[in-house]
Design a protein around this ligand. Structure first.
Ligand code: UDX
Length: 425
């Protein structure tokens, strides 16, 4: 089939490249000329495992343009994969979505407009009405949310747990089914509002699990239990399952913080106070700050202390620092008067962290430091020679915000070590 994708960000690029890999003819359109030029030269602007290979394999089936007409020319399905960031109020900013919808030229043949971007429930209805008002009844509309996580996006797209399509007209859902014919996964057809809600509710369920296990971790800390063992023990219950029970310094990234805020706001705008989600968000905010309390307990005042932050990306396997806990942590430590050094194997901290010294290697960050904080669970950090690190630091203090390291081995190496929710001894 012939597909156009509007937006060459993480979601748009993965969507376009994977459809091309499935044998479709794809044109990805973005307003950013530099990005499109780079993509035409074969340069992939994001760090996403496997994506370069998929794009290279796609060859002529995957093209890039800045022109709306060129993208739409023969398209049967037009995907919207533009950003929907949070506004100050927490609502989703849909201006990029409206630009795409309003830019759609008059087309006589039947096409399907498919929403990949995460939007508030009810957006599809408004878009449908807007298309109808412009006389574009031949433009079908579906919600086809993405469930891909960064770092595993290509695999998540090709081997998804499910494909969800909400449509006003079953024929439009048929077109999306045909597009995904070579993907073996449950295909859920539903109404547009429910598809929109599935995306928001799935992310809300996942962040609820994270804040839940983080609160269990905090109680474990106060009572002498170990959250790693507790997570394993409850995860063995088939009704609970083992995924998404890693305690730490909280969730970040381009989706979870924004989408949980958007759902909270959507509920509030509809007159409903979503108590549970409010608590989940608040727990996540407090969780990032707990690390500062731990450092203060171990070092005393942080004024003048040198703290090494290991890992800056919001999770390993990506260079993405959007809503990363490292940003909040660095800000809090600087406010306490600490000298902050940071290192990440991939993410470029200098773009985001004013007042923080960016170190070229982990060892350079740790040299002479009073404490280290593991912020992202990169394997490179686990593989450091921690015996050597203990000798190089001014004080061998480690707060492990991701429970990446082995507490017994760290203590044996001479460290004063604290994880999250792990018994002190
Ligand atoms: C997420 C969803 O997984 C994906 O389905 C959705 O489409 C977009 O948002 P992503 O943001 O790429 O994907 O990352 P994910 O791997 O889900 O992790 C999100 C955050 O949660 C990270 O900061 C991670 O450190 C944190 N997390 C995750 C935990 O703290 N504990 C866990 O057990 C799992």
């Amino acid at each position: 089939m012939r597909v156009a994708v509007f937006g060459a960000g993480y979601v748009g690029l993965v969507t376009g490249a994977c459809f091309a890999d499935l044998g479709h003819e794809v044109v990805v359109r973005d307003v950013d000329e530099r990005k499109i030029d780079a993509l035409r030269r074969g340069e992939v602007p994001i760090h996403e495992p496997g994506l370069d290979e998929v794009i290279a394999r796609a060859g002529d089936r995957l093209r890039f343009t800045t022109e709306v007409e060129e993208a739409i020319a023969d398209a049967e399905v037009v995907y919207i994969a533009v950003g929907t960031p949070s506004t100050y109020s927490g609502d989703a900013d849909l201006s990029a979505v409206w630009t795409v919808v309003d830019e759609l030229p008059r087309i006589e043949r039947r096409i399907v407009l498919a929403m990949k971007s995460t939007v508030p429930v009810g957006t599809g209805r408004v878009i449908r009405d807007r298309l109808d008002a412009r006389g574009l009844r031949n433009v079908g509309y579906v919600s086809n949310p993405e469930f891909t996580a960064e770092g595993t996006a290509v695999r998540d797209f090709m081997q998804p747990d499910r494909i969800v399509v909400g449509a006003f007209d079953p024929l439009d859902a048929d077109a999306i089914a045909e597009l995904h014919a070579r993907i073996d996964a449950p295909f859920l057809r539903c109404d547009v509002a429910s598809a929109e809600m599935i995306k928001l509710a799935a992310n809300a369920a996942l962040v609820t699990r994270i804040s839940f296990i983080n609160e269990i971790a905090n109680v474990c800390e106060a009572t002498g239990a170990d959250v790693q063992v507790v997570a394993e023990g409850i995860g063995l219950d088939r009704r609970i399952g083992p995924a998404f029970l890693r305690a730490g310094i909280g969730f970040g990234g381009s989706c979870f913080p924004k989408d949980s805020l958007a759902l909270k706001q959507l509920a509030a705008n509809s007159g409903y106070h979503f108590q549970l989600l409010n608590a989940v968000i608040e727990v996540n905010e407090l969780q990032k700050r707990r690390v500062v309390g731990k450092l203060e307990r171990m070092l005393g005042s942080l004024r003048g202390a040198t703290i090494a932050l290991l890992g800056l990306a919001f999770k390993p396997g990506t260079d993405d620092m959007r809503e990363a806990p490292s940003l909040v942590l660095a800000g809090r430590l600087l406010a306490e008067g600490a000298h902050v050094r940071a290192w990440d194997p991939v993410a470029d901290g200098s773009r985001y962290l004013e007042g923080v010294e960016i170190a070229p290697t982990a060892l350079a960050a740790l040299e002479g430091a009073d404490a280290a904080v593991v912020v992202t669970e990169w394997p490179e950090i686990a593989e450091l020679d921690w015996g050597e690190v203990a000798k190089r630091m001014a004080r061998p203090v480690v707060v492990d915000g991701r429970n990446l390291l082995d507490p017994a081995a760290m203590r044996a190496a001479g460290f004063e070590y604290e994880g999250i929710g792990r018994a002190a001894e």
